[in-house]
Design a protein around this ligand. Structure first.
Ligand SMILES: Cc1cc2nc3c(=O)[nH]c(=O)nc-3n(C[C@H](O)[C@H](O)[C@H](O)COP(=O)(O)OP(=O)(O)OC[C@H]3O[C@@H](n4cnc5c(N)ncnc54)[C@H](O)[C@@H]3O)c2cc1C
Ligand code: SF4
Length: 488
C-alpha cells in the first residue's frame, strides 16, 4: 500500500495531457499546480490514512483474491460489514478533507462490474469476469487510483446514442480487430481523473440493440495515446492564484477537481475490454454502479456537512452569538439533516445482499432515497450555515486587503467579532463557510451520482407499488381492484 507521498510521486511519470485555461500543463508538476494541488492532497489522504493505526480498520482490508492487506478503495465488498465500513470510512475521510477525495468512483465501478460481468458471462458466454479479476488484482497490487468514467456529453437529450446528429456524443467503438478495440467520444465531469492512474469507461445508460456500438466498458491508463483532459473551472478558482485564506480550504480544495476527458480514437487491448456490444447488460451495469455511488453520499456528504456545522458554530461563537437559542436550534437542525443522510447510507449498506458472483450489493432503493435526500438536504444544511454566518460571507474584503500596510488596520478593526479571536481567524472561518456552501459544492450535491430525476425513476420499479396496493386492499377487505394492465 502506498503512502500519500508515494501516491503523488507515482503520478509524476505519466505522460498525461492536461489542459487548463487553454494551456497544456507539465505532467511532472501537476501536483504542485495551484488549481490542482488541493485535489491531489485530498486523494492522497486515502493513501495516508491506510497507514494510520487509528484508521486502518476502516481504511484497509484483506483481498479476496490474494489474502493480502489492501487499501479498501481497491476492494470488492464481500459482506454487509464491508459495505457499512465503506460508508464509515467515507465519513471519516471527509472529516479530514472537507472535500471530495475522488477515489470512490473507480472503486464503485469495479464493484458494479464484478457482479455484472459474472452474470453477463453466464448469460452470453463472454469471458469478461476473469479479465476484470486480473485487472482488479493489478489495481490492488499497485494500489492504483481508478477514475470511474460513466457520464457522456449526451448532446441533444431528445435522442439516444445511435440517433444523435453527432455520433460521438456517447463513447462508442469505431474499430475492432484481433488485438483490441478503438473508442471515440468523451466523458464529462470526470472526478479525480487527472490524478488517477487508470480509468474505467462505462456506458451512461441502458441500451438497445441499435446502440450496440455504445455498449462498451474497458480500463484505460489516463495517459494512453489520444486522450486529453480539459480541467473544469470552479466558483472562486481564480483565488487559487492568490493567497491561502480566500480559498477557504486551500489544502484540500472544494469538490473533486473535475475534467472533460476526450478520447479521440483510443486503442484498448482485448484483455482490458469488459463489454463490447453486450447492450443487454449496459442497464444492469449502470444501475449497480449508480447504486454503489449513491450509497456513498450520506458518508462523504455527512462528513462534509460535519465540517459545515462546525464552521457555522465557530463563526457564531466568533461573532458573539453562539449561545443564542435560535442559533443552537439551527445547529441542531443541521445535525438532524446530516444524520438523516448518514442513516440512509448505513441502511442501504446494512440491507446489502450477495450477488451471484459472491460480492455484496447495497439495497438499491434505499441507496437512491439517500442520494435523493442529498439533492435537497445539503441545500438546507448550507442555507442554515449561511443564515448563521451573516452577510460577511458575501462581502468580506480579500486577504490582500487584510495584509495591506495601508488599509489592513481597517479590515482588522471592522471585521473583528469577539475581542479574543484575531480577525484573521474569523475571516478564515468565513471563507470556509463561503466556499463550502456555494456554487460548485451545491451543484455537486445536486448532480453528482445522478440528478434527482435519476433517483425518482427507480422508485416505481424498486418500491413494488403493486404489493402495497394488495396489502392495502387486504386490510380494507377489498377483493376487487381495477385492472390497470400491470402484472399483479
Ligand atoms: C461535481 C460532479 C462530479 C461528477 N463526477 C462524475 C464522475 O466522476 N464520473 C461520472 O461518470 N460522472 C460524474 N458526474 C456526472 C453526473 O453523474 C451527472 O452530472 C449526472 O448524471 C447528470 O447528468 P448531466 O450533468 O449530463 O445532466 P443533464 O443530462 O444535462 O440533466 C440536466 C437536467 O435535465 C434533465 N434531463 C436530462 N435528460 C433529459 C431527458 N431526456 N428528458 C427530460 N429531462 C432530462 C435531468 O433530469 C436534469 O434535471 C459528476 C457530476 C458533477 C456535477
Ligand atoms: S463525491 Fe463523495 S462519493 Fe463521490 S468521489 Fe467524491 S468523496 Fe467519493
Amino acid at each position: 500500500m502506498m503512502t500519500g507521498k508515494q501516491y503523488i510521486e507515482s503520478l509524476r511519470n505519466r505522460n498525461i495531457k492536461v489542459y487548463l485555461k487553454g494551456k497544456l500543463l507539465d505532467p511532472k508538476t501537476l501536483s504542485e499546480h495551484p488549481y490542482l494541488a488541493g485535489h491531489f492532497n485530498a486523494a492522497a489522504m486515502t493513501y495516508d490514512l491506510a497507514h494510520d493505526p487509528a484508521a486502518e480498520d476502516l481504511m484497509t482490508t484483506k483481498s479476496h483474491l490474494t489474502g493480502k492487506k489492501i487499501n479498501r478503495f481497491t476492494h470488492i465488498h464481500h459482506s454487509v460489514e464491508d459495505l457499512v465500513k465503506k460508508v464509515k470510512m467515507l465519513r471519516m475521510i471527509s472529516l479530514k478533507t472537507g472535500s471530495c477525495y475522488q477515489r470512490c468512483v473507480g472503486f464503485d465501478a469495479m464493484n458494479a462490474l464484478y457482479s455484472t460481468t459474472f452474470e453477463m458471462d453466464k448469460a452470453l458466454g463472454t469471458k469478461s469476469h476473469e479479465k476484470l479479476k486480473d485487472f482488479i488484482l493489478q489495481v490492488q497490487e499497485n494500489d492504483w487510483m481508478v477514475a470511474g468514467a460513466m457520464t457522456d456529453p449526451k448532446g441533444d437529450r431528445n435522442f439516444g446514442p445511435s440517433k444523435q446528429p453527432d455520433p460521438d456524443m456517447f463513447l462508442h467503438v469505431v474499430k475492432q480487430d484481433d488485438k483490441g478495440i478503438t473508442v471515440r467520444g468523451a466523458k464529462m465531469h470526470m472526478t479525480g481523473m487527472i490524478n488517477s492512474h487508470w480509468m474505467i469507461l462505462m456506458p451512461t445508460m441502458g441500451l438497445g440493440e441499435a446502440d450496440k456500438d455504445y455498449a462498451v466498458c474497458c480500463a484505460v491508463p489516463v495517459d494512453a495515446p489520444n486522450i486529453i483532459h480539459i480541467f473544469g473551472r470552479q466558483t472562486n478558482d481564480g483565488r487559487k492564484e492568490e493567497g491561502e485564506i480566500d480559498q477557504g480550504n486551500a489544502k484540500f480544495a472544494i469538490v473533486g477537481g473535475e475534467a472533460l476527458t476526450v478520447l479521440d480514437d483510443v486503442f484498448v487491448p482485448w484483455d482490458k475490454v469488459f463489454m463490447c456490444g453486450e447492450y443487454q447488460f449496459a442497464g444492469m451495469l449502470v444501475e449497480r454502479f449508480a447504486s454503489y455511488h449513491r450509497q456513498n453520499y450520506g458518508g462523504c456528504k455527512g462528513g462534509v456537512s460535519d465540517i459545515v456545522i462546525g464552521a457555522a458554530a465557530n463563526l457564531a461563537d466568533m461573532s458573539g452569538y453562539g449561545n443564542a437559542s435560535h442559533v443552537k436550534e439551527k445547529i441542531s437542525q443541521m445535525v438532524h439533516l446530516t444524520e438523516t443522510l448518514y442513516c440512509c447510507s448505513i441502511a442501504c449498506s446494512s440491507e446489502g445482499r450477495p450477488t451471484a458472483a459472491g460480492n455484496y450489493y447495497v439495497d438499491p432503493l434505499l441507496a437512491n432515497v439517500g442520494k435523493h435526500n442529498v439533492t435537497s438536504l445539503i441545500y438546507e444544511i448550507d442555507r442554515l450555515a449561511q443564515d448563521i454566518g451573516g452577510g460577511i460571507l458575501a462581502t468580506t474584503p480579500s486577504e490582500s486587503d487584510l495584509k495591506s500596510p495601508e488599509i489592513g488596520k481597517y479590515v482588522d478593526k471592522y471585521l473583528r467579532g469577539v475581542q479574543s479571536v484575531p480577525t484573521e481567524d474569523r475571516l478564515r472561518m468565513v471563507r470556509l463557510v463561503e466556499n463550502m456552501t456555494g456554487g460548485t459544492a451545491l451543484v455537486e450535491a445536486m448532480h453528482g451520482a445522478g440528478s434527482p430525476q435519476a433517483q425518482k425513476i427507480t422508485y416505481p420499479r424498486l418500491a413494488n407499488i403493486q404489493a402495497k396496493k394488495i396489502a392495502a386492499a387486504a386490510l380494507a377487505g377489498v377483493k376487487n381492484l381495477p385492472d390497470t394492465g400491470k402484472k399483479k
